[in-house]
Write a protein that binds this ligand. Structure first.
Ligand code: ADP
Length: 266
């Protein structure tokens, strides 16, 4: 069981009293931020270059050996389409992440009917689930649950979690919406959405890093399934913007449960 606690902690708390300590902290934080930026640029470049190299290779083949072979040409073109799609998804996810990060301190204000949003999200993923032979079950409870949030971003959270559950899961995905009067960590009434699959689960060594950008538990599988490695990073940031929590429970061979807990209006 691993929990990513996403609540903001006041920055000054740990540093009280020591000017020298503050200076050290500043430098090391700046260095750390610089290193993270460099790692990020290196990762993005690598992720973009892989499909680009494939595309360039296929263009060369189409110009040469496959020129007179219509069957091979068709096959190569459809692989190229897949690689271009991968680049497109990556750029789309990078833009989403950028947008969410830039809004992180702005509280979302619109009323969102979470029950309706979940029903719509499941509906739009029905074709993907069907093509993967996955059954989706939605348990919304009795009363509609409403909260203050950013509708499009919340839809993205549940889309990303459901896409993962369909991609990496087994043959069944359950989405359960419940409410609690008082969450022990958030100290308020909350709505909890659990996305539960019966897939192969995730090795516990991967859990602490799962929401890092480009971190993949099974890199080959993710790449083969067209994953960008950014889905859970986006989920984490959007949940954080909503002052919520993300929790991952997983057991190898049994499946995984991703829970998003969001505060309800007082
Ligand atoms: P990706 O685009 O690779 O799916 P994500 O950030 O959405 O990127 O997920 C990160 C990694 O977490 C995935 O590559 C996969 O290894 C693992 N993962 C996510 N959801 C699940 C799940 N439901 N079951 C098993 N593994 C999962």
């Amino acid at each position: 069981v691993h929990e990513v606690t996403l609540r903001h902690v006041p920055a000054s708390g740990a540093l009280e009293g020591g000017a020298v300590l503050l200076t050290f902290q500043d430098v090391s934080e700046r260095e750390q931020a610089g290193q993270m930026r460099r790692d990020f640029v290196a990762n993005v470049s690598h992720e973009l270059r892989t499909p680009l190299t494939a595309l360039m290779g296929f263009i060369e083949t189409l110009r040469g050996a496959a020129k007179e072979d219509p069957i091979a040409r068709e096959r190569f073109l459809s692989i190229m389409e897949g690689e271009a799609g991968r680049m497109n998804r990556l750029v789309g996810d990078l833009l989403s992440l950028n947008r969410v990060e830039s809004q992180e301190r702005i509280r979302p204000k619109t009323q969102v009917d979470l029950s309706e949003l979940l029903a719509l999200t499941l509906q739009s993923l029905e074709p993907l689930a069907k093509s993967g032979g996955v059954d989706m079950i939605l348990d919304l409870g009795d009363d509609p649950v409403k909260l203050t949030g950013d509708r499009d971003q919340l839809k993205q959270v549940f889309t990303n979690l459901l896409e993962n559950a369909i991609k990496y899961g087994g043959d069944q995905v359950r989405v359960v919406l419940t409410t609690e009067q008082r969450d022990p960590v958030l100290r308020s009434a909350v709505a909890k959405v659990q996305v539960i699959d019966n897939g192969e689960g995730i090795d516990p060594i991967h859990l602490p890093r799962l929401t890092e950008r480009f971190y993949r538990a099974d890199s080959h599988r993710s790449q083969a399934l067209g994953g960008t490695g950014l889905g859970l990073a986006i989920v984490k940031h959007i949940t954080s913007r909503h002052r919520g929590r993300l929790r991952v429970d997983s057991e190898l061979g049994q499946g995984s449960c991703f829970s998003v807990t969001l505060p309800l209006p007082a």
